[in-house]
Design a protein around this ligand. Structure first.
Ligand SMILES: [Zn+2]
Length: 305
């Protein structure tokens, strides 16, 4: 029996063989949307939305260090982020989320919170904060949590909260309270994307920390091969196998592998299968969860063989 679940996390609506489930990026941070697929889960970026920001420049989240616009290097932002209290965007996203849920296996949300620390100081947010009578941070938390409660009313299937890999200051940065979100989420997905996993110890520590903090099942997502990537700039199969095994032994509930599409998943599966010596060595890294990762790779032998 396998306790760990393994997912393919993709930008194109084709299912790769050899996984328990499939998450399709139906709305990405650029704002681009593709139709959901009935037998895949749907990933939606809510407030990171270049299209909405381009159409409504006054919706962009504001801060003392400037707007949440692509290119503002004060923040870890690679796209434009809409203010998390913008009522029209919130409403449109709720309707969209409900529709996507109906046409797929459920919704995995990311960017469903404030852009980063210091956001948002737009006139509407300032007014809402003043009226709330709460501290600045508690007001932000309430805004995020109330919106997630509204999302929960719309999503009838699985609702997963993707969160940034910050176990300590997510409250200060994003208005995210893990306990609040756990009340509405079926699971969490900690996004651990990196162009290499050369030091697996750090990722293992993060996985262990999140498993301790989060009161719902915890998935992690690892970066394999994104759209437009070159093969020399992505994590090696050896790094991905090692970091998978080391994170698995922390007690997390599943691992997702991000690629642009099913064919890049197959390339990864083939490269992983070919690491015969490493797969043998990793058997000594831990008990059942480690063996489950290695069994998964073994099961890929007949797919890529
Ligand atoms: Zn605002």
């Amino acid at each position: 029996m396998c306790d760990l679940k393994f997912g393919a996390y993709v930008y194109e609506p084709e299912k790769a063989e050899g996984f328990d489930f499939h998450v399709l990026r139906v709305k990405v941070e650029t704002g681009a949307r593709i139709p959901p697929v009935q037998d895949m889960h749907s990933n939606i970026a809510v407030f990171a939305d270049n299209v909405a920001a381009r159409s409504h420049p006054d919706w962009i989240s504001q801060s003392p260090l400037g707007p949440a616009r692509m290119g503002n290097s004060n923040f870890n932002i690679y796209w434009d982020v809409v203010c998390a209290t913008q009522p029209e965007h919130r409403g449109e996203q709720l309707d969209y989320i409900e529709d996507v849920d109906r046409h797929s296996r459920g919704v995995w949300l990311n960017s469903q919170f404030f852009a980063d620390h210091g956001h948002c100081t737009c006139p509407r947010c300032n007014e809402l904060w003043m009226k709330s009578g709460l501290s600045w941070l508690e007001w932000r938390r309430k805004e995020v949590t109330n919106y997630i409660a509204q999302v929960r009313e719309r999503v009838k299937k699985e609702l997963v909260m993707c969160i940034q890999p910050d176990p300590v200051t997510s409250y200060e940065r994003y208005g995210v309270d893990f306990g609040d979100l756990a009340k509405y989420a079926d699971a969490f997905n900690v996004v651990m994307f990196s162009k290499n996993y050369a030091t697996p110890w750090y990722w293992e520590m993060l996985a262990r920390g999140f498993k301790t903090l989060l009161k719902k099942p915890v998935y992690i997502s690892l970066y394999v091969f994104g759209p437009g990537d070159n093969v020399i700039n992505v994590p090696s199969a050896s790094e991905l196998l090692t970091v998978s095994v080391r994170c698995a032994r922390t007690g997390i509930d599943g691992i997702l592998y991000l690629t642009s599409g099913a064919s890049q998943i197959r390339d990864f599966q083939k490269a992983a299968v070919d690491k015969v010596e490493l797969r043998e060595r990793l058997k000594s890294y831990g008990s059942q969860p480690v063996q489950e990762v290695l069994d998964l790779v073994k099961s890929w032998e007949k797919i890529v063989g």
